[in-house]
Design a protein around this ligand. Structure first.
Ligand SMILES: C[S@@+](CC[C@H](N)C(=O)[O-])C[C@H]1O[C@@H](n2cnc3c(N)ncnc32)[C@H](O)[C@@H]1O
Length: 259
């Protein structure tokens, strides 16, 4: 039973944090003239429109990417803004790229991509915008288990669950351990929400213990709506590309100024 739909949340403060880190990592990894694999376990529909009824209903993008652009939070040449402008040129001014289309902006012909999306409607929508990738209508964890280590071996895996299944928090450190053992050169990125009840803390504690050199970036922000339990965004990156820690620090400084 999948009820989460990212269209309500696309371009919010959590996306801003996650997508800025993802775009910076991809910009760096595609600078080198060697092919790579982009993998994503929870891809979503790939393309969003910020004037859609879903986005308008929550107003989350207004407080996220729209405010970030209006107030110049990111430098004009930031990789996320490059991807955003590329998507707008193709799909119109209200378009906002999900992670698969951010990846598409940076990937070259020699690169490979595999995206998993389980929700039937999200999967169908993804299929219509992501012809650069092999799209799997299956559980993303299973897809990653089957493909890793991928060919080409260089690459990045984004794990961006909707955390509808509460067991995800305990299963994720084990899953990352299995993938990292099979694919020790892979960049493995996991997004997670910072919650009022600190449910994520055991998971991040286990990841910190297992991978003391990994990058963990966390930013706090005001809850999207009264009673909303997400009060921030976190991302764990194993084998972070060079420069990503500095990018994460820059973003953390920006988020500290949000009122
Ligand atoms: C947070 S959204 C993804 C957003 C996307 N990564 C982005 O940043 O644009 C999570 C997605 O995972 C899908 N999903 C949930 N469980 C899944 C699973 N086990 N395997 C694959 N997809 C799943 C949901 O339908 C939803 O579209």
């Amino acid at each position: 039973m999948l009820s989460y739909q990212h269209a309500y949340h696309a371009g919010n403060l959590a996306d801003l944090h996650k997508h800025a880190i993802l775009a910076a990592a991809l910009a760096y990894l595609t600078r080198k003239d060697k092919p790579l694999t982009y993998l994503e376990t929870h891809a979503g529909r790939g393309l969003y429109h910020l004037d859609s009824p879903e986005a308008v209903r929550t107003g989350e993008a207004q407080a996220g990417i729209s405010r970030a652009e209006a107030e110049g939070w990111l430098p004009a040449d930031h990789p996320l803004l490059q991807a955003l402008h590329g998507i707008r040129a193709k799909h119109g001014e209200t378009a906002y790229p999900g992670s698969p289309l951010i990846a598409a902006h940076f990937l070259r012909r020699s690169d490979r991509a595999h995206l998993a999306e389980l929700h039937p409607a999200e999967h169908t929508a993804l299929t219509s915008v992501a012809d650069f990738a092999t799209i799997h209508h299956q559980d993303g964890f299973r897809m990653a288990q089957a493909i890793c280590p991928p060919t080409p071996r260089r690459g990045i895996l984004l794990i961006d669950p909707s955390y509808e299944v509460k067991a995800d928090y305990t299963a994720l450190p084990r899953f990352i351990g299995q993938i990292a053992r099979k694919w020790n050169v892979g960049v493995i990125a996991l997004w997670y929400p910072l919650l009022t009840d600190s449910r994520h803390r055991d998971m991040t504690g286990a990841l910190r213990n297992a991978y003391p050199d990994a990058l963990i970036s966390e930013v706090g922000f005001p809850p999207a709506r009264p009673g909303h339990s997400m009060i921030g965004s976190g991302i764990f990156v194993l084998n972070p590309p060079w420069g990503l820690a500095e990018e994460a620090s820059r973003l953390e400084r920006i988020f500290r100024t949000i009122r």
